[in-house]
Design a protein around this ligand. Structure first.
Ligand code: MF3
Ligand code: CO
Ligand code: CO
Length: 252
């Protein structure tokens, strides 16, 4: 992917900071009794009122402004009339386009009190993302990131999703390189300064295969664990600098 021009880095930072603030805003509304459609509406209003566009809306026919993935849903859950119930865990994944740049970030949220098991898989996914981000820098490879993620996840007794991963991001929503949640040190693509990637490991409670489902009128698929056990994910957009990296969707 093409590096971002020096005078445009601040635009990418701005898009990513808006995404971070949007995610925090939506997160405040996650509670028992709320529908995922209501979260989508809250996100859409916030995005538009901040001079941005929701990247998922209409993307390959995707019908909503955010993805909401509950419990066994791995990613790309479509907001609908589903009511959040106490004990659920939900990933909210937001991507905004502001000034021509994409900011992409996601987090898990708890609905009321959740089980220790649910807390542990979310904590592991968060730490897996941080371990992956630790590897990011000029000359590091996508395999370095995947190796670090898979090592932490395996050590803690979970399974990485191999079929779906992170991506280059900037003016384009999903650019190369592909960022797997497994790999070998030194293998894969080298990361180039002044490009951005997402680190967004998805992890499952068991090794059961994942199941793919179609979304009407869209080529985007959503995914669930085939045995209905839990899945968790966090995502940040990260800039590769000349010396290391900067997490652009931090804070919020
Ligand atoms: N935000 C997701 C990602 O992290 C992509 C969602 S695409 C959609 O890459 F069409 F499902 F919204
Ligand atoms: Co992403
Ligand atoms: Co995302």
């Amino acid at each position: 992917m093409t590096p971002i021009a020096a005078n445009e880095i601040r635009l990418m930072e701005g898009a990513c900071q808006l995404a971070a603030r949007l995610l925090k805003h939506v997160g405040q509304y996650v509670r028992e009794g709320v529908t995922t459609d209501e979260l989508d509406r809250i996100a859409a209003d916030y995005t538009l009122s901040h001079g941005a566009k929701a990247a998922p809306l209409g993307y390959h026919g995707f019908p909503k402004s955010i993805c909401t993935s509950i419990n066994a849903c791995i990613c790309h859950g479509v907001p609908d009339k589903t009511i959040l119930r106490a004990g659920d865990i939900i990933n909210v994944d937001v991507t905004v386009i502001k000034d021509g740049f994409h900011g992409d970030t996601s987090s898990m949220f708890f609905v009321g009190d959740v089980s220790d098991k649910a807390k542990d898989i979310c904590d592991t996914a968060y730490n897996a993302m941080l371990k992956g981000i630790d590897e990011v820098g000029p000359g590091a490879t996508t395999g370095d990131i995947g190796f670090a993620i898979n090592k932490l996840v395996t050590k803690r007794g979970y399974w990485v999703v191999k079929e779906i991963g992170g991506h280059g991001v900037g003016k384009i929503f999903h650019d190369d390189p592909w960022i797997p949640s497994y790999g070998k040190k030194g293998k894969g693509d080298s990361l180039k300064p002044w490009t951005c990637i997402t680190v967004e490991p998805m992890i499952n409670e068991t090794s059961a295969p994942i199941r793919e489902f179609s979304i009407p009128n869209s080529s985007i698929k959503y995914y669930e664990t085939s045995d209905k056990t839990l899945s968790a994910q966090y995502e940040h957009t990260v800039l590769i600098t000349d010396k290391g990296h900067q997490v652009l969707t931090e804070g919020g």
